[in-house]
Design a protein around this ligand. Sequence first.
Ligand code: SF4
Length: 831
Amino acid sequence: MHITFGMFLDGSEWSSEAASLGKIVCGPLQMLQVLEERLGLSGIQSSTPERINQYVEKIKAVTPDWCRESFRLDAWTTAQQLLAWRDELIEAGWDAKEAPSQRLQTLATLEQNPLTLAPGAPDRLRNVLKALDKTPCSDEIRLTEPLALLPWVWREIFATLRRNGAHLIEPEDAAPDTAPEVIQVTGRDEATLATQLARYLAQGDNQGVAIICHGDSGLLDGILHRFGFGAVGEQRSSRWRESLQILPLFLETVWKPFQPQRFLELLLLADAPFPYYIRRPLIDALQKEPGIGGEEWQNAWNQATDTIRQNKHGYYSNPKAELNKLTELRDLLENQSFQAEDKVSASLLIERCKFLQPRLGPQVTKTPGLGTALLHAKALINILNGKTDVSRIELARMLDSIIGSGSDNDDRCAEVNRFHCVNHPAKLQADCDTVLWWNFLDDGRTNYTSWTAEERAAPPDFNPHAARQLEHRSWTNATCHARQRLIVFTPRLLAGEAAFPHPFLNELQNRKEVDAETLCDASGQWRLADRSVKLTRDLSTPAPTPSPELEPSSVTPLRRLSYTQMNSLLTCPFQWFLNDYIGLRMPPATNVPTGSQMYGTLAHKVVEKLLTESKSWLPEEAERRAGELFDELVPQMAAELLLDGQGATKDRIRNTLCQAIKKLFEEINSKNLTVVGTEHECTSTLNDHDFTGKIDILLEEPSGKRVVFDMKWSSATYLQDELKKNNALQLATYTWLLDSTDFNVDCKYFLFPSQQFLESDAPNWKNLWQRAVETLDIRLGQMGTGYLERGFAEEKELKEKPPQDSLPLTKSATCKFCHFSTLCEREGDNE
Ligand code: SF4
């Protein structure tokens, strides 16, 4: 057999020749398999997490002093690190006896412990080495790296094979006669450079071209397809694939406190282990009240129950059994989850893994990635068997090791091309005219262990620099195989992050640097190295129109209006159209309330509950009760305040709220006001549209005059400004809803953070409302003609670009809280 061996050649093509029986190209793992098969040593291999787990047990049994403290703090990571050192030394030929340092003494003691440690790759190589003795061999083995640079165990294996009859050919390090031309193409990002690379390929015959594709080729493949080439199909494993998130996110539910964002992530996974009829309502509930057990949470379960009972589409052949499943799931989440603090029993985790298995198993044919998730669950069960309890950090580390670098994307593969593709420079085995090195970037990895001088003397002929020398040789392999030119592509940004050129760049002498943006001159002449083309602009596709357009009379306002909708219509019809008319929504994961929005909802609920319990409170009593309600409602509506590190924020919010509520009731009592209602709904009609509004607190003076408190968790500046300009439309809306003739209502804001009331010195609600209605008519008229105006964020902007029509009421739009700034092009404005 003709074998080509190199330390970076795992996963290489065996041969590109038409007939190549008996020829193979191997990296260390493939060569190990070949040798094991020949010697009858193959067997079932243990996974790395299982070996780490066995090493944990060894360390527990030996209790070495040297790593005791680290092991106490993080047993899994300590075992993982010690095992990695141990494996490296075994590969380097260490006999586990000579131990000149505490580190090696510890490893030697662990090696003597009789508890099982399944063989890793270095142990398997040592077994192969033992079994090779006197086994005849007639192979021709061509090494791509000098024997002296290989790890000890490989040196010994090849030396033994040579003794046994193999013909070993070492590489000759003759420098090529002429150095290739080197061109570095730089560009802003991958997309810019991918187009240049594809254009280069499109301008000539590519029989003599090779591409070294460093990293994922997803974006490059898309552009190659546009130019009519096949995909390179290179991909980096990713641990963030959706199917790999199911196990860690589901196991997260055992820990306390409830984390709304994490639970939402679980619900949003396409293959989450819960039925859709409960997932959707729970997603909606978390977007309103980010916690567990609150009103919205209860509503979600009621909604799911109704869905099953109604069984509108006949999905549930046995609704009763489905209802039982729902009850079990509710019990699991409400009573058996989010309880554990730092430790949890291994049996509970095993139970959770077993909960997942029958739910994911049937989906594997549809989503093959779930097969990996099931393997992970099985690996975790194997590790947990025999343990009593597991700490939170230990579980996280176990999952980290099990998921490892993740899995590949099943949908992607390499396609046929005339040019040759490799994913590592060492894999270039034949000369080419041109080598294109895609993403010629420093990936910032330094995976070499530091050993002391004494430690380096322990294994035989240990060369600590060999790994770096091998890596460097692999880089020079690219220049050695480029007959005419090497073109390297270095984007300045990779996936939006700053990227840095490959360290080999410093060694590429006499290189020419070109900017991707300048490859095409003003006349349309494009040129890169030996290829060029005259580009012409494609005029067949019209450019998009710069401003939004509507078909005249195509949009009519909805039947039901509210203050929020009206404000949006008046200030930014573009926002109203996207949000209220066509119902464009942000993904739920980005929509969970947090910060002021969450505190505001919680504070409103506390006041609502207080006023439901009693309409008259002494300020101190209200303050005390508000604290109790806050404690009760936080897990249901603001669970993030229970997370580690949030204690001070939670106390601050609690104190602010309690003080504010005391102030609120001081005001109510001092003015002798009577509470009429809270969250009081009012309805009216405006231009044939139903109009509804919800008043936070409606009160009455002894004279019978009505008073409205609109509560906010925000600062005073903006609201004060609105009142000063007689632009507080929300308050005007309430006065109109309560008294559309005289507007005789006392309306004010109440701010929780500053415990302050804000009101207008000279309110003119009637005038404000009339201006709003006139403006509404103008806006509807504009939309009727097909014009959709964008709002303004600041006064300055209004002066620079006044609205198309003069408006009786001009108010700034809510750009700060709007999700459509990219669509309306505001986001690009500031660049
Ligand atoms: S960002 Fe401002 S201008 Fe743009 S749609 Fe939103 S509210 Fe309108």
